[in-house]
Design a protein around this ligand. Structure first.
Ligand SMILES: NC(=O)c1ccc[n+]([C@@H]2O[C@H](COP(=O)([O-])OP(=O)(O)OC[C@H]3O[C@@H](n4cnc5c(N)ncnc54)[C@H](OP(=O)(O)O)[C@@H]3O)[C@@H](O)[C@H]2O)c1
Length: 314
């Protein structure tokens, strides 16, 4: 199968490319510079240089690549996100989601691309009802904290992917990535914050997170590329858990001191209400729909064993 990837050089793009090549697919990628294109070519990938913010440039690149399936993994997240400046740090990703996605979808439709698989996130539902949400939970678009702009841009991206006539849209809402090359991996930005005890448990720490090992996310994406079901799917591990459980476990796996506990009011002032939301209100996410539709089982079913494995020897 001919597969074109936008975002082939990111945390998930790299393991995804390796897997697709191993499975015998012809892999092409969009690149934003000649240097990146040369790297991709050396890795056995057909590179097409374009500007994702220029509709004509994207249309020409997608037409030249002529893929059956397009995979959208574009983000522009700093290696080290500053929680106090979340809105600033995620603004480039918002722009990609809002502006580049319609260009990719229009180009896909024009080139007769059958299927588009797009990266989204699971951790953006309204904090109401059960502690674990499925894909039908309401999206928190009226969030008034620093999270709001990213949630709204992500919802707009999903609508574009799912609403392009003639193209089967597949939205993969990944949980929090952990593993090599991610924020929650050795040397990663969040891991460094945890090591310095700058990632607190705000309030009671009852907010629930769903993680996914980045290699499992890549494997799931291969299944989504090769399969036929379309729509929205959470791609998470089997173990949604409260922050007051997973954060000390992460620190222990890293050999770091335990996290500090900080009252809500102080955390709100120190880092902001969006961080308090993650710590006290966030819901986890069920992976049942994806498992059933694509017959997927994560190789790392729980962060409980995954964190120690990832940080062993680091
Ligand atoms: N669900 C999650 O938890 C989640 C999801 C995504 C990312 N993250 C985290 O975010 C951090 C950074 O992610 P990342 O390593 O994937 O890097 P990234 O900087 O977000 O880049 C991802 C991909 O998008 C491409 N890209 C970015 N801006 C572009 C633009 N303007 N035009 C064309 N392509 C563009 C990058 O290409 P270049 O190589 O040219 O930069 C790369 O291939 C990591 O710590 C990761 O764990 C977490």
């Amino acid at each position: 199968m001919r597969v074109l990837i936008a975002g082939a050089t990111g945390a998930i793009g790299r393991p995804l490319v390796q897997r697709l090549l191993r499975r015998g697919h012809e892999v092409a990628a969009l690149a934003r510079s000649d240097a990146r294109a040369a790297e991709l070519t050396a890795a056995g990938v057909e590179a097409h240089v374009c500007d994702v913010f220029d509709a004509a440039s994207v249309r020409a690149a997608v037409a030249a690549a002529a893929p059956e399936v397009l995979v959208h993994q574009l983000t522009a997240i700093p290696a080290h996100v500053d929680l106090r400046h979340y809105e600033r740090d995620f603004a480039p990703t918002e722009r990609l989601r809002r502006e580049a996605t319609p260009h990719l979808m229009a180009a896909a439709a024009a080139a007769g691309v059958r299927r588009v698989v797009c990266q989204s996130v699971s951790f953006m539902t309204v904090p109401e009802g059960p502690s674990v949400h499925d894909e039908d939970a309401r999206i928190f678009t009226d969030n008034t904290t620093q999270l709001g702009p990213l949630v709204r841009a992500t919802a707009a991206m999903e609508a574009s992917v799912l609403g392009t006539p003639g193209v089967d849209g597949v939205v993969l809402r990944y949980g929090f990535f952990y593993g090599p090359g991610t924020a929650y991996g050795p040397g990663g930005g969040t891991a460094q914050e945890v090591a310095k005890r700058r990632f607190p448990i705000a309030g009671r720490g009852t907010g629930v997170a769903s993680f996914v090992h980045v290699d499992d996310a890549a494997e799931a994406t291969v299944l989504a590329v090769e399969g036929t079901p379309s729509g929205v799917f959470n791609v998470c591990d089997d173990a949604p858990e409260q922050l007051r459980e997973w954060l000390p476990a992460l620190a222990a796996a890293m050999g770091a001191p335990p996290p500090r506990a900080v009252p809500v009011l102080l955390a709100r002032w120190l880092v902001g209400p969006h961080v308090v939301h993650f710590s006290t209100a966030l819901r986890g996410n069920s992976n049942a729909r994806f498992k059933q539709a694509f017959r997927w089982e994560p190789a790392h079913p729980s962060w409980r064993t995954g964190f120690p494995e990832v940080f062993a020897g680091s």
